[in-house]
Design a protein around this ligand. Structure first.
Ligand SMILES: [Cu+2]
Length: 68
């Protein structure tokens, strides 16, 4: 299990958070994902099947930009 936190710009409300959470959850190996538009943070827990690269791709696919 690996947890990491990404800074994501463009989230304005709970609907944005849910859009990211749904998209990231579709990436393989994601155990938990929590987006917070107030702090611009997306916290993700992946198992060995998951990767930060896939999570970042999921955020981008949802229409948001990963800053770090
Ligand atoms: Cu929104």
């Amino acid at each position: 299990m690996d947890e990491f936190v990404l800074t994501v710009t463009g989230m304005d409300c709970r609907a944005c958070e849910e859009r990211i959470e749904r998209s990231v959850a579709r990436a393989g190996g994601v155990r938990r994902v929590s987006a917070d538009h107030v702090t611009d943070r997306v916290t993700v827990v992946v198992d060995r099947a998951g990767s930060e690269t896939a999570v970042r791709a999921g955020i981008t696919a949802a229409g948001f930009e990963v800053k770090s």
